[in-house]
Design a protein around this ligand. Sequence first.
Ligand SMILES: Nc1ncnc2c1ncn2[C@@H]1O[C@H](COP(=O)(O)OP(=O)(O)OP(=O)(O)O)[C@@H](O)[C@H]1O
Length: 230
Amino acid sequence: MLKVSGLVSGYGQSEVIHGIDLSVGQGEIVAIMGRNGMGKTSLFKTLMGILPTTHGQVRVADTDLTKLDSFQRVRAGIAYVPQGRMIFPTLTVEENIRTGLRHNAMRAPIPAEIYALFPVLFDMRKRRGGDLSGGQQQQLAIARALVTEPRVLMLDEPTEGIQPSIIKDIARALLEIRQMKNLAIVVSEQVLSFTMQIADRLIVIDRGRFVHEDLRANVDEQTINRYLSV
Ligand SMILES: Nc1ncnc2c1ncn2[C@@H]1O[C@H](COP(=O)(O)OP(=O)(O)OP(=O)(O)O)[C@@H](O)[C@H]1O
């Protein structure tokens, strides 16, 4: 579903993603693990067209996204939950979700499956986004991405700053989303216990390169922890 080949990008003259290849199938969850500054956010920003691609290609299903703007990439089926959530603090929960809706965004009802996945968002639907807890904002950001009807969902460090009970809810929701929608999901993380709950495959990124990869069943947690703690 997602196919990335030879991806190179960076900030001006400074190259930070040095030739990444990644394929994620429909219904597959892949975790990209790495410490701060290893390139997780830069990789996602490049895939979304926020950071320009220097070399390489990004495809979703049959569409080549490489030359498309971010909004066209979203239309082609790729959605992004950024680090720090980036919800709109002064809009209500419902209005935040509406910003992701494809058609008739001002009036169309919020799809029932969204509130089924995240009941707390239904309870809070008239509250301002900025009044939600970090965990609730994370669920809101996932909801907003989901209503764009993606085929590929990317989440940048979704557990950052979130309490353990809510992390469990987010893991459960992602597994449910995969089950319901058969999406390809890519999640970047530093928390191995979370990715071991959800990912089919774990990849380690180190200074802009993939340096290690394992199916979850074969993961040697010590090896991955070594990369995460150096
Ligand atoms: N705006 C920027 N301008 C220049 N270099 C940047 C910029 N943002 C990030 N970088 C550099 O790109 C590299 C990768 O950073 P990136 O934020 O992608 O890492 P990360 O793995 O997402 O880390 P974190 O978990 O801290 O977000 C780092 O060396 C960082 O210093």
